[in-house]
Structure formats: C-alpha cells, structure tokens
Design a protein around this ligand. Sequence first.
Ligand SMILES: NC(=O)c1ccc[n+]([C@@H]2O[C@H](COP(=O)([O-])OP(=O)(O)OC[C@H]3O[C@@H](n4cnc5c(N)ncnc54)[C@H](OP(=O)(O)O)[C@@H]3O)[C@@H](O)[C@H]2O)c1
Length: 191
Amino acid sequence: MRLFSVISALMKLSSSNSAGDSEPPVKIIVAVARNRVIGRDGRLPWSIPEDWQHFLDSTEGGTLVAGRRCVDELVDTGALADGRRRVFKVSTTQKGPDCFSDFPSALEAAKECGRPVWICGGERIYGEAMPIADELVLTLVDVDFEGDTYFPPWKDEFPCLLSERKSQHGEIPLYFRVYRRDGVKEAPKCV
Ligand SMILES: NC(=O)c1ccc[n+]([C@@H]2O[C@H](COP(=O)([O-])OP(=O)(O)OC[C@H]3O[C@@H](n4cnc5c(N)ncnc54)[C@H](OP(=O)(O)O)[C@@H]3O)[C@@H](O)[C@H]2O)c1
C-alpha cells in the first residue's frame, strides 16, 4: 500500500512538471527608432510594410496585451479583424470583458489563455513589462524620428542578442532582433 502511495505521488509530481503545465512565454514586441521614439500623435511615426508584416506574423495565434491607445490603433489598422489574435486592453476609463484597469491583471488573464503573450505597448505598458518579460522582439529602425512616445532603454534588462536580420526600407536600415535577458552573450546569428 505504501509503495502504491509513493508511486502515485511520483507520478503526480512528474505530470505537474510536464511542459503542458508551464506558463506561456511573455514577449515584448516593438519597433523603435535610434532615438527610442515609437509613436507620434497616437500613430506609428513610419509606414514600413516589412515591419508590419513581421508584427502580424510574430503575434499570430497569440494573446496581446496593450494600452487603450494601442488597441484603438490595432482596431483601426484591421490587425484584429481576422480573429487570429486576441487582445486584452489596459484602461482605467473603459470597461469590458477583455479590459483591465492595471497591467498585472491583464497579463495574468492573458497567460491563462495558454498561448504566447505579446506585450504591444505603449510606453507605460512597456515599462511595466520590461522587468518580467522573457524575450524582446525588437525592430531597430535605425534613424532618428520625431515623436512623443518612447521605448525604455532595454540593454540592461535584455543584454543577450540571440539573432539579428538586417534589411532596408528605402534609405532606412532595419535590424530585426531577438533579445533574451539571460544566456550566452555572443555575436548575433545573422540570418
Ligand atoms: N513602434 C511600436 O512598436 C509601437 C508599439 C506600441 C505603440 N506605439 C505607439 O505608441 C503610441 C501609443 O502608446 P501610448 O503610450 O501613448 O498609449 P497606450 O499605452 O497605448 O494607451 C494609453 C492609455 O492606456 C491605459 N494605460 C496604459 N498603461 C496603463 C497602466 N499601466 N495602467 C492603467 N492604464 C494604463 C490608459 O488608458 P485610460 O486613459 O483609459 O485609463 C492610458 O491613457 C502610439 O503613437 C503608437 O503608434 C508604437
């Protein structure tokens, strides 16, 4: 009888440690100018189709967490129309089933969906997510832009560049990067 209890306890322990019970990854996704500008007048300061497609491809099938203004922009661009991504909004002035008055509550609800969680801004949300996200998926739009919304400095939180792909939008160099907060600091893989 005692042997049976031990085996049963071991089985429970092993199943609770299985990958199926682990939390989904939390990733920040952003496109940032060299001077860390990300927005102007409630919109992106640029129109770069390759980066927009990168955003859509990366977030497909995931759960998004974003501030009220970002959600408005996502709705306006049609990014939510195909139903391939669900969004949880952070707002103190609006109410609704997918609306939360603070970032931690929105994040917990998003994690419960069991799909990768994508933190989509804006400025305050990025600031709150920076210490807790697992990964940073960042497009460096490598020129200065005028703007009113900024991404926080990220290199202390995410010192490890995992991969980098270079591209070009007209005269503007683009770097599609993935950073982790831990791991081996080494030269990026250029793909
Ligand atoms: N380049 C990029 O990758 C990128 C990504 C995202 C955004 N953007 C740009 O950034 C701008 C939008 O960002 P934003 O910072 O201005 O606005 P935002 O975060 O999208 O929206 C601001 C509103 O969200 C709510 N909110 C945000 N953080 C909150 C918090 N921690 N707790 C409670 N409520 C919170 C508040 O809504 P209430 O007033 O209703 O309480 C606040 O007024 C746009 O220009 C957009 O294009 C760029």
